[in-house]
Design a protein around this ligand. Structure first.
Ligand SMILES: O=P(O)(O)OC[C@H]1O[C@H](O[C@H]2O[C@H](CO)[C@@H](O)[C@H](O)[C@H]2O)[C@H](O)[C@@H](O)[C@@H]1O
Length: 254
């Protein structure tokens, strides 16, 4: 039974899903895999790529991985999955085999921002910088007391670099191009003739997933599943990534 909006920690029962009439959007970190101390330290189950391939086949190519990670990182973690990806929070996309990216991808400005964030991290033990083609992240998961310094430093970079905006995610701040978002990318893909009319399904765990969860929860028959605890606009909830993988595996009869 679906729960109403709000902070509803109880796991909800999912309705029957017809994959041949569905479009599935899946966040990666915190949704398909557990969070880890560092971006590179994640444990990706060996059968995850196979699970995604199975879902992609069953939906006839209507599976999309939607992540803040660069597409290159997705390919490293999910070798063998070559389907659609919304990467870098929407600043990159691989759709029907075509790779597109925001105009700032690979720019000198992004490289300079990466250099400055790495230099800052080098003098602040425990901070972990992460470069992306279209921005940079500074993680403070191992030193949460340093959040104010991270915020101040990246805010200053945001002020001095036109075209970038600062976002908060789980134990990290990130500079990314203005105007990109997962929900915009998902909405655009749902307008594609191959996706239009399909039942939209999205699993996500982070604040950056909330706009898409809210939008999908309000689509006819939409299934928006919040992973973990916390306030959400989603209409379903799953406790953790292993629960998500179990639901997805059940849908393809595994
Ligand atoms: O959109 P997602 O697929 O959920 O990606 C969001 C960010 O995930 C990663 O950072 C988070 O996971 C790390 C590994 O578990 C963790 O150490 C960190 O504290 C989390 O913020 C990734 O490193 C980022 O690039 C993604 O934007």
């Amino acid at each position: 039974m679906a729960e109403p909006h709000g902070d509803t920690p109880a796991e909800t029962e999912f309705p029957e899903v017809e994959l041949a009439k569905s479009a599935i959007f899946l966040d990666f970190d915190g949704t398909l895999i557990d969070l880890a101390d560092t971006p590179d330290g994640v444990d990706v189950p060996a059968d995850l790529a196979g699970l995604l391939k199975g879902l992609n086949d069953a939906t006839e190519g209507r599976l999309v991985v939607v992540t803040g990670r660069p597409i290159e990182a997705v390919d490293t973690f999910l070798g063998g999955y070559d389907g659609h990806v919304i990467g870098s929070h929407g600043a990159e996309e691989r759709f029907e085999g075509n790779h597109t990216a925001h105009e700032l991808a690979g720019s000198d400005t992004v490289a300079r921002l990466g250099d400055m964030v790495e230099a800052f991290a080098a003098t602040h033990e425990g901070l972990v910088p992460e470069r992306k083609p279209t921005g940079v992240v500074l993680h403070f998961r191992q030193v949460p007391e340093q959040e104010p310094q991270v915020y101040s430093f990246l805010s200053a970079l945001e002020q001095s670099h036109e075209g970038f905006e600062l976002h908060h995610s789980k134990m990290a701040y990130e500079l990314r191009p203005i105007g990109i978002s997962k929900d915009d990318s998902i909405k655009r893909i749902m307008e594609n003739e191959r996706f239009a009319g399909r039942r939209p399904i999205f699993f996500g765990d982070d604040v950056t997933d909330e706009p898409a969860l809210a939008w999908i929860a309000h689509q006819p028959d939409g299934i928006a599943a919040k992973v973990g605890s916390g306030e959400t606009a989603a209409n379903y909830r799953v406790h953790d990534p292993s629960g998500v993988r179990k639901i997805l595996a059940g849908w393809i009869g595994e």
